[in-house]
Design a protein around this ligand. Sequence first.
Ligand SMILES: Nc1ncnc2c1ncn2[C@@H]1O[C@H](COP(=O)(O)OP(=O)(O)OP(=O)(O)O)[C@@H](O)[C@H]1O
Length: 377
Amino acid sequence: MLDVRGLSAAYGQHPALNEVSLSVGPGEIVVILGANGAGKSTLLRAIAGICEGRVSGQVMLNGASLTALNSDQIVEQGVALVPEGRAIFGDLTVKENLLLGAYSARARADEGQNLERVLNLFPKLIERQTQIARTMSGGEQQMVAIGRAMMSAPDILMLDEPSLGLSPLLCRELFQNLAVVKDLGIGVLLVEQNAKQSLAIADRGYLLENTRITREDSAAQLRSDPSVQKAFLGANNTTRNQPPPQTIETQPVEPRFTPGPALPRRSAEQLIGGSIEDLISSASEASTRALTSPSSSRVKQAEKVAQSRLESVLKDIESAAAAARRQRPASRPTYVASPSPQPVPHEDGPPPPVVEIYKRPHVEVFRRRPSGQFERE
Ligand SMILES: Nc1ncnc2c1ncn2[C@@H]1O[C@H](COP(=O)(O)OP(=O)(O)OP(=O)(O)O)[C@@H](O)[C@H]1O
């Protein structure tokens, strides 16, 4: 049983989650509904220990606290997250992606059994195990992402907008698969904008509005509630995919909760559960294999066509720029740099707020050589 008590998160001065409490039982599907920016992804990331902001509150799994643990330890305890956008390793094969999910000690011993369970859940992956993941369709990639999370043998599976970008047919298939995950006794915490299909398979749901839980109810009650229908189920729907109904605060905001210690950050190697070097050499091997496969001449042909299209677009841009230069007036206004940046005056009121963005600072770039090998830049 996952039990979240008073979970809050903030990015600098910007509160993203306020005193959120919820629970997910074994074999239960719980859906979180909310408009864009309500704090849904922050909630899942905070539970998984990967929120970049300041987090406070309690997260318990089967009575044990996860609050002070890092994300690897949280996976080890039995909570897995399928993040928004899937985040699979595109240059690795399907099987390599799945096996990366079994890096935790709790899953390693039963790797074979877990793989069998995933392939039973997604039979389409059986004959695709050696396929390079990025060459698969969006729906198939989503299966790989969920399969990878399932390889960690979780008690709780969290999914962030898994239906995003999928066709209606693939959406239906995805939600049917989640119902099978539930039948395995795994608790599912699902963030979705597809309220109709998610409420159809869910047991309970929470409404998250403007950083706070405003309602908890059975999925059946939520489905039949006119206000939920209006907001999330398409009846005069005006809020789905719209910004949350909050006014933008232009003054510094007082924190509305007591900040606790930040959850520990993780290195990239902790994230993937192995060394970057091993991952790169595995990616190199996969990519070399792909280039030397019988279809590689077709790939080269396609690359040539793309290259010549790119060159012709660049030529068009250059000639347009040359034409613009010829038409430019002889004398141009002179700009004098001001000593310090001044806020831009805003005709209708105060200037827009400054939004702080928190990102991981470390980026490494790898170049793929024509041979298919990857090298660090
Ligand atoms: N890394 C970050 N740095 C700064 N602000 C952030 C960061 N991540 C999220 N936010 C802000 O926190 C708020 C909640 O974002 P979050 O992604 O949790 O919302 P959401 O409900 O998942 O939205 P969506 O449905 O659009 O994905 C938003 O105002 C967002 O701009």
